[in-house]
Design a protein around this ligand. Sequence first.
Ligand code: XIL
Length: 328
Amino acid sequence: ASITPLKTAFASYFPIGTAFTNDEMYGENANLMKKHFASVTPGNALKWDATEPTEGSFNFTSSDEAVQFAVDNGMKVRGHTLVWHNQTPNWVFYDSNSQLVTKEVLYARLKAHIDAVVGRYKGKIYAWDVANEVIDESQSDGMRRSLWYQIAGDEYIEKAFEYAHAADPDAKLFINDYNTHIPAKAQFLHDLVQRLKAKGVPIDGIGEQTHINIDYPALSQIEDSIVKFSDLGVTQEITELDMSIYTSSSQSYTSLSTTLATQQATRYAALFEIFKKYKDQISNVTFWGQDDAHSWLRTSPVTRLDWPLLFDDNLQSKSAYWSLVNAL
Ligand code: XIL
């Protein structure tokens, strides 16, 4: 039987995307990407440590290649990410005496970075994850105590959205986070977006990373959050979907059993039933990688094999793939 492209299978619901690293722009990985995916997210190439490793000295080699690959092949691009506490060089936050900078200095650096990066890909990147992982539901105000926060309180978030909007008024601007199924976290995120909207901050959407595993969380919690966010007047995108087969960090298997492959397929199908039900709220569903061999979960949180995606190490369709296409 011929293999239905995912993007065709889901064409009446939402564009299907994948993250990729630049080694996937060649050979069979490139063919798989072009066949199945309507959008792509460079997995690392647009992060601050890649594009501006030292102040004012930009390196767009990887990001230019990645964006051009997408443009040449008619795929939309999600830009990831502008403000984050990880993969951001220390110089952003410190002065030459190793003291934290003032918020004025921080904002000048942020604006220069966003002007350069967002401006460079104006018209080529349709959506930006402007702020990534800013919520920490263990804090009384829900705000992560990152260096961004330590220097500027939560005001850096609206600055980032304003700078991004000025650099590309047509780009859709997202706040992106993980574990958005946790009710307390979802509420903080909801209320932050509500406050930003009330202030007139240009925010268009919520990105739900959706790094889940084979038995957690309950899919009803994912659905509850989609519903919770739907009164905000913003779109939602599933930005980093994958499903680890592990239920604890101490497990380590040498192969994917048929039992787990089937369990994963069933769960993926059920998850997509939810996404399809909310297709009017969800404007993209992106997997955090095509094939298991390229998954970040093979090195995080520990180095071990994992099989979280739709295609196996040999780029063959897994049960998870078939469960999605056959369920349509
Ligand atoms: C990951 C990349 O896939 C890895 O290659 C890198 O080593 C670490 O970052 N949440 C995010 C993504 O927002 O940027 C992360 O990507 C995965 C978790």
